[in-house]
Write a protein that binds this ligand. Structure first.
Ligand SMILES: [Zn+2]
Length: 310
């Protein structure tokens, strides 16, 4: 019986470890450039929070890593994949914005510069712990050992030549208060990250829609050949930019019209999602979340004398 128990315990441990192993595949998308495409669902214990695309560029000086993922465990496995794929050392990590699925893998890269702009670094310092706690609640055990390590180095805007790649760092806020996109002029790859969602419903907890529209215009005017969105597959054209713009416009006008008609949030949640968006990942769930995040602002604007601030 003790032997049986030992076997069962070993099996349980092995199964638990297997459950926490991510299926990471480095997808070559351009010269020296790979992307790891994520699931497009929502945070669950099963997916370990692996919902965000990450990418890396193997320059002659070392590897530039874009995004560190949702957890320490992810970051460690991701780093192994990068080193096996490129055979090169990690040069630096770029954190594009403050959302936790993009930076909570930082601990696995603590020996190299982790760059972000000043605003994002300040927000991660102030909010990182709370953002990590929220992922612990949603993902559970897969987050074990994860702490919110803030970026450690500045991220200057503009052009930098790194190991034979001409990388342009652009400020494109809108999805959050501060967002960075990266255009590799050497390969034509635009890392738009969460400014552009492809076949996955955008998330809006920190969005400024006017700024986001400006950002989409900026991105669409860039001379890119391949676009890497934050969520969903890569694209060779601007269709995901146009679709993201279309969704933000629909959401804005629908919430405004609903507020003017005096609909309650639960009634807004019942409104139909147009067919062109309804097939996107998490369409219903993100619509409900966006109403929770944003609808009270529309109510206050439409009926300021009736609606107390919530
Ligand atoms: Zn985001």
């Amino acid at each position: 019986m003790p032997l049986l128990l030992t076997c069962l315990s070993l099996c349980w441990l092995a199964c638990a470890n297997l459950a926490l192993a991510f299926e990471l595949r480095a997808q070559p998308i351009a010269a020296d450039t790979w992307m790891v495409e994520a699931d497009t669902g929502y945070f669950t214990p099963e997916n370990g929070g692996f919902l965000v695309n990450t990418a890396f560029i193997a320059t002659e000086e070392g590897v530039v890593v874009i995004g560190s993922g949702p957890s320490r465990r992810f970051g460690e496995q991701y780093r192994q994949l990068i080193e096996q794929t490129t055979g090169k050392r990690i040069l630096e990590v770029i954190i594009t914005h403050k959302h936790p699925d993009h930076f909570l893998g930082n601990q696995a890269f603590s020996d190299v510069p982790i760059r972000a702009d000043a605003a994002t670094t300040a927000m991660i310092r102030a909010e990182g712990e709370g953002l990590a706690e929220n992922l612990y609640r949603l993902v559970g055990d897969g987050m074990r050992g994860t702490e919110a390590l803030a970026p450690t180095a500045p991220l200057p805007l503009g052009m930098r030549s790194i190991g034979g790649h001409r990388l342009e760092f652009l400020s494109v806020p809108g999805h959050t208060q501060s967002d960075i996109a990266i255009l590799d002029h050497s390969t034509g790859v635009l890392f738009a990250i969460d400014q552009v969602f492809n076949q996955r419903t955008p998330t809006l907890p920190n969005a400024n829609l006017a700024n986001w529209h400006n950002a989409l215009n900026t991105l669409q005017a860039l001379p890119f050949k391949l676009l890497v969105p934050g969520h969903g597959p890569v694209s060779r054209d601007a269709k995901p930019i146009e679709a993201t713009r279309d969704y933000l416009t629909w959401l804005d006008t629908t919430l405004q019209s609903a507020a003017e008609r005096g609909l309650a949030p639960t009634e807004v949640m019942q409104l139909p999602i147009p067919a062109r968006f309804a097939q996107w990942g998490e369409a219903q769930a993100e619509w409900r979340r966006s109403i929770g995040f944003r609808y009270s602002q529309y109510e206050r604007a439409a009926l300021p004398w009736l609606t107390p601030a919530r």
